[in-house]
Design a protein around this ligand. Structure first.
Ligand SMILES: NC(=O)c1ccc[n+]([C@@H]2O[C@H](COP(=O)([O-])OP(=O)(O)OC[C@H]3O[C@@H](n4cnc5c(N)ncnc54)[C@H](OP(=O)(O)O)[C@@H]3O)[C@@H](O)[C@H]2O)c1
Length: 341
């Protein structure tokens, strides 16, 4: 699993089940929110992204405004993909069940097997398919034994309604529990510069070849606009590279493990086009160490020059050892930034 194999689209790919999908996907939730784009603009955003090589779109039955609208995002994504002029063979639409919406737009969980079955059957109709490529349990429901919810997905897989099983918002213990019940293709958890506690699950997935779909990878709709000012280290690397802080953020996430696939949201073509470029952006070990340390106490990033610090191995840099240059300061690495987040 790596980021150097380029798919037919030209975007570096990563493994998702038997698929090789572009290393950056698109989370479609924002296209069905109140105040979101109209259908024409939303479909245009998706078409522009597909033209640029996007092959993974994440949706859910409950990406909609309220309970009268369930399936809105799935229908929108299906309409966009089916009206797109390119080949659909490589496109993965991943959806989820296990959440419900109320009339006022509130969210609640329902992880009962009977609900998951009904939700999956409704998603098959909304997506207009006989088999859902990747069906994810949205979030564990504390009222329902986790093995019952995961077992429901196994039953749906055994019946041929879903091809690959994913889980979401799961701890390492829950991922391990799910893996005892069914083959888990993906885990979808939150991960961003502000939310690094998922590094534990990322490591766990990486060692088992399970794809990790990073949700809200830019800090969510409310946080994406201020990513650079909230995380000056990302802004600094971006300035030196001449790209957006968002690209640096996504490239940093890709660098955490070869199984990570960020799924940034976008309502506008230009934002997803910018994000997709991150798939081609390879950060230096020094830059990764600097971003791992991200925070007011981070050491200044040394000037980029070919051949600098040849004695330092990438492993040293990733582990946070010996990365502070001549300043004598130790820059926090993976584990120390996790411990502090
Ligand atoms: N499993 C779960 O529990 C769960 C929970 C939440 C979300 N998700 C999934 O994760 C996806 C992503 O999360 P999210 O949309 O909440 O947050 P996000 O991806 O962190 O941020 C989305 C925001 O970032 C902006 N943006 C995207 N790329 C950009 C770029 N290159 N430069 C500048 N701005 C950029 C977008 O702007 P514009 O809108 O202006 O284009 C959008 O407002 C969702 O769409 C959904 O599919 C899953």
């Amino acid at each position: 699993m790596n980021q150097t194999d380029n798919g037919a689209s030209g975007i570096p790919t990563r493994k998702l089940g038997s698929f090789s999908v572009g290393a950056i996907g698109l989370g479609a939730m924002l296209l069905s929110r109140e105040g979101g784009p109209d259908e024409r603009s939303a479909i245009r955003t998706l078409h522009v992204a597909l033209d640029a090589g996007l092959t993974l779109i994440d949706t859910a039955d409950t990406y909609c405004t309220n309970c009268s609208d369930v399936g809105h995002n799935e229908r929108l994504v299906a309409k966009a993909v089916h009206s797109w002029s390119g080949s659909r063979d490589e496109i993965v639409i991943a959806t989820k069940g296990g959440h419900c919406r109320s009339a006022d737009g509130g969210w609640h969980l329902d992880g009962r097997p009977e609900h998951l079955r009904r939700a999956c059957e409704a998603s098959l109709i909304a997506l207009g398919v006989d088999v859902i490529t990747l069906y994810q349990h949205h979030r564990p429901d504390p009222k329902v034994p986790y093995e019952d919810s995961v077992g429901a997905l196994k039953d749906l897989q055994d019946e041929g309604k879903i091809r690959f099983v994913g889980i979401g918002n799961a701890s390492v213990t829950q991922i391990a529990q799910a893996m005892e019940i069914v083959g888990v293709t993906s885990v979808q958890n939150e991960f961003s510069p502000s939310f690094r506690t998922s590094l534990e699950e990322i490591e766990f997935c990486a060692t088992r070849g399970v794809a990790f779909l990073a949700w809200a990878p830019l800090g969510g709709m409310a946080g994406a606009g201020t990513l650079g000012s909230r995380h000056p280290a990302f802004e600094e690397v971006a300035r030196r590279r001449g790209v957006s802080a968002h690209q640096i953020c996504l490239a940093w996430e890709l660098a955490t493990a070869p199984t990570v696939i960020p799924i940034p949201g976008a309502r506008k073509p230009q934002t997803i086009l910018d994000s997709l470029r991150a798939a081609d952006l390879k950060l230096d070990p020094e830059e990764i160490a600097f971003l791992n340390a991200n925070g007011p106490a981070a050491s200044p990033l040394p000037a980029r020059s070919p051949g600098r610090n040849p004695e330092r191995s990438a492993a040293d840099l990733l582990s946070g050892r010996n990365v502070a240059g001549g300043s004598g300061r130790r820059t926090a690495g993976f584990r120390s930034s996790r411990a502090s987040s």
